[in-house]
Design a protein around this ligand. Structure first.
Ligand code: VAH
Length: 318
């Protein structure tokens, strides 16, 4: 593989800010261009950053043509809860944004494209436990519908145009370097910020709502491992199931209490409960483990300890 030049679209988001740092470590800061529709904040400002709106198609395509990127990580998307409040824009960004990237990959022969799918592509009739790689998918959110359709488009562009596009069906991602971004699983992000600042948290899901989750460090490693794997090992061109753990609000609260004994959680379920109830409880990711050696490292205790150790210092620094 020759000299790499990497573009990250939506670098300012929850995944983007940490994946960009992983790309700096792998390829060198000078070879990564992080972009978003608003100015860089926090650690992102320490690398190459430009304002870029993937939906401004002509300007986006010219940017791709001028910079001769070898890889594009397209992360810009509206998440599940926010998408239900603005379905038209969620479909426009999540669907048209992906198609503009895939068309640019064909036209300018971009070597590799990464696009995130989600367990939100599954729905209420999908088997809930150990959800298989290939199964019924009847998503009930605009976000989930866009992820299911996006997976089909990724496979189509690979088969019809040879685009080396790769994808992961992320579970709920938990990180501490950005505030929650409008996801249904983001209770498990916000709870840490609230536990440290207020020692209490009002959860918008019921205490026994089990969902597949993953620590951001594992999500970044899975993404880079997938993208660095030889093409002949990638047998799934829609999107790979990956998983690390499943937990419910009651369990993450108990884990936080081990570090902050007087932390208190209350529950007030809202519209996001119905979204969570439509998703799997646990995921079978044996195909990813077999094809390219996926292996998670963080369970709930390790994740909670790592976040509560690092978050205070990170908040003080940024
Ligand atoms: C959301 N964090 O809640 C995202 C994720 C599985 C959920 O895709 O919308």
């Amino acid at each position: 593989m020759g000299k790499q030049k990497i573009l990250v679209i939506g670098a300012g988001g929850q995944l983007g800010s940490e994946l960009t740092q992983g790309l700096w470590r792998l390829h060198g800061k000078e070879n990564v261009v992080a972009t978003d529709i608003k100015d860089a904040e926090g650690i992102l400002a320490e690398g190459n950053f430009e304002i870029l709106d993937v939906l401004k198609r002509d300007a986006f395509t010219s940017f791709i043509q001028k910079n001769k990127f070898t890889q594009v990580y397209h992360l810009a998307a509206v998440l599940s809860a926010t998408g239900e409040k603005n379905p038209g824009f969620a479909w426009h960004l999540n669907m048209d944004g992906l198609l503009y990237v895939l068309d640019a990959a064909v036209e300018y022969k971009i070597e590799k494209v990464y696009w995130p799918s989600s367990i939100a592509a599954f729905g209420p009739t999908t088997p809930k436990q150990n959800t298989p790689q290939d199964t019924v998918m009847d998503p009930t959110t605009v976000y989930g519908i866009s992820k299911q359709a996006g997976e089909r488009w990724c496979q189509w562009y690979h088969e019809k145009h040879g685009v080396d596009v790769r994808s992961l069906r992320y579970p709920g991602l938990i990180g501490y370097k950005t505030k929650p971004g409008g996801g249904t699983t983001d209770y498990a992000v916000d709870i840490f910020f609230q536990a440290l600042s207020e020692k209490k948290y009002e959860c918008f899901l019921k205490p026994d709502t089990y969902l597949p989750m993953m620590y951001m460090d594992d999500a970044v490693k899975a993404t880079l491992d997938l993208m660095e794997a030889p093409a002949e090992k990638i047998h799934v061109r829609s999107s790979y199931n990956i998983s690390a753990m499943s937990f419910c609000p009651e369990e993450i609260s108990a884990e936080i209490k081990k570090h902050i004994p007087d932390f208190n959680i209350t529950y007030k379920a809202d519209f996001r409960q119905a979204i969570a109830d439509s998703w799997p409880r646990s995921i079978d990711d044996s195909r990813a483990r077999a094809d390219w050696g996926w292996q998670h490292r963080f369970g709930l205790p390790e994740m909670a300890a790592d976040i509560l150790k690092n978050l205070p210092e990170y908040l003080a620094a940024y």
